[in-house]
Ligand binder design. Structure first.
Ligand SMILES: [Zn+2]
Ligand SMILES: [Zn+2]
Length: 125
């Protein structure tokens, strides 16, 4: 049982930087509900490798300057056994907030965001 939704806890989304924001996790509720809908659909645990990043940490990992991670609107989701990045991206396309938002496909994870500025799709493989 998570403290944000059925399967997600705030700690999973905390900034992973050291000596920056003290692992804060200001995450938008829209992101959590979309991820929970995705989790329910795939019926497999989703592991969050990057959630919120403060500006300092975002800079140190070379993130895009206006990254949606710094707004608490993005998560990188690792693919578990039996689920490829393609599978996960295809499932995300059926969740309205991701369908209208951003979906980036990487070799072993998917970036998902709930931007409201128009959909974005990219791949990096
Ligand atoms: Zn930080
Ligand atoms: Zn990302």
């Amino acid at each position: 049982m998570g403290d944000l939704s059925k399967n997600f806890s705030r700690s999973e989304f905390a900034c992973k930087g050291t000596n920056c924001c003290g692992h804060s996790a200001p995450i938008q509720p829209e992101l959590i509900s979309a991820l929970q809908a995705l989790r329910d659909q795939v019926s497999l645990p989703l592991s969050i490798t990057s959630g919120f990043r403060c500006n300092h940490h975002n800079e140190s990992v070379g993130g895009a300057a206006q990254s949606f991670h710094t707004l608490g609107m993005a998560a990188d989701v690792d693919c578990s056994d039996g689920l490829t990045a393609e599978d996960l991206a295809r499932a995300a396309e059926t969740i309205p907030a991701f369908q209208q938002g951003g979906i980036g496909i990487y070799p072993s994870w998917v970036h998902l965001d709930v931007r409201t500025t128009g959909k974005a799709r990219w791949r990096n493989d």
